[in-house]
Ligand binder design. Structure first.
Ligand code: RI2
Length: 318
């Protein structure tokens, strides 16, 4: 059943959870968005094909407005909506449900493939430093561990949301010895590290990597110590609009994530800035590992053209 706004409660809940970061991580966001569109289609009360199409566009717009940086979200919405085909509501419904299911299955398969490719860069005895929590990055470690590669991890806690705790938990479950450090300790540990391994929320056509705030400085530190920087990112992280010159919007989040109101009042009259992401230039990245292989950042544009061409539709804004 849909509510008076025409949007399914599951879709509303998914949108709220993405905005609040109860659902987070670029791949997980894309998966949840596709599932929500599928649920919207399944329970739609639309009586005409036009009403159904409009409802799906409204649903996609609602999801799109939640978080601006991870391009996996619009890429997922575009994939599902461009697969919407048919003359009748029943046909349209079926096509959306099938396309959403296909997207989700492809996403899983892509992450597995990416993990196996990334694992090839990791050698027995290596120490990997991680930042934030990325399922794409973890897939590389998981595949390496499955191959019998012994790894250790230095895990940054990643203020302000401490997603490093999730990474630490997942790695422990895999049997990888973990040392958790505060973000400020990263440079001190860089001499002990063989790889810096991070995920991505968006990758621009010039090979710039948009990822959790702190990645850019970390990559400079890794470069300084000769530590290779490896970015694990499925192709849904490629930002097609950057092919035509658009910049990736950096999400600014609530000050409350950095400092609670009471402490802030004690400190005095201050501004608080909380950008969620930063941009690591291609010269500080060694390899972008995707499900299609690994690329030096400067050549990722070739893959982008192949996958998206030059024109990028936004069916939800029609
Ligand atoms: P996967 C996260 O952002 C991190 O920046 C992480 O590197 C990226 O998403 C990719 O995650 P946030 O949602 O898609 O925690 O690899 O702000 O899981």
């Amino acid at each position: 059943m849909v509510d008076s706004s025409g949007l399914h409660p599951e879709l509303e809940r998914t949108a709220d959870d993405i905005a609040e970061m109860e659902i987070r991580g670029a791949a997980t966001i894309a998966d949840a968005a596709a599932a929500a569109l599928g649920a919207q289609a399944a329970d739609s009360d639309a009586e005409t094909p036009e009403a159904f199409r409009r409802e799906m566009r409204d649903a996609a717009r609602r999801l799109h407005e939640t978080r601006p940086t991870a391009v996996s979200l619009p890429n997922a919405l575009r994939y599902v909506l461009t697969g919407m085909e048919g003359e009748t509501v029943a046909e349209l419904r079926k096509s959306v449900e099938e396309q959403a299911a296909r997207f989700r299955a492809d996403l899983d398969a892509a992450q597995d493939r990416l993990g196996r490719i990334g694992a090839g860069r990791l050698n027995d005895g290596d120490v990997v430093m991680t930042h934030c929590h990325s399922t794409d990055a973890l897939a590389c470690i998981e595949a390496a561990v499955e191959d019998g590669t012994d790894l250790e991890a230095i895990v940054k806690e990643t203020r302000p949301r401490n997603q490093g705790h999730i990474t630490a938990e997942r790695l422990s479950e895999l049997g990888v010895p973990v040392t958790l450090i505060v973000d400020n300790a990263a440079h001190r540990f860089m001499n002990d590290v063989d790889h810096l391994l991070v995920g991505a929320d968006s990758i621009a056509a010039d090979g710039s990597v948009v990822n959790k705030i702190g990645t850019a400085g970390l990559a400079v530190s890794a470069r300084d110590r000769g530590v290779p920087v490896m970015v694990a990112a499925q192709s849904i992280k490629l930002h097609p609009r950057t092919l035509t010159g658009a910049a990736v919007e950096i999400e600014q989040r609530d000050a409350m994530e950095v400092i609670d109101d009471e402490t802030r009042e004690e400190v005095g009259d201050i501004d608080v800035a909380n950008p969620a992401f930063d941009v690591t230039p291609p010269r500080h990245v060694d390899a972008i590992v995707t499900e299609h292989g690994q690329f030096p950042p400067e050549s990722v544009v070739v893959l982008m053209r192949e996958l998206f061409g030059e024109s990028v539709e936004e069916p939800w804004s029609e």
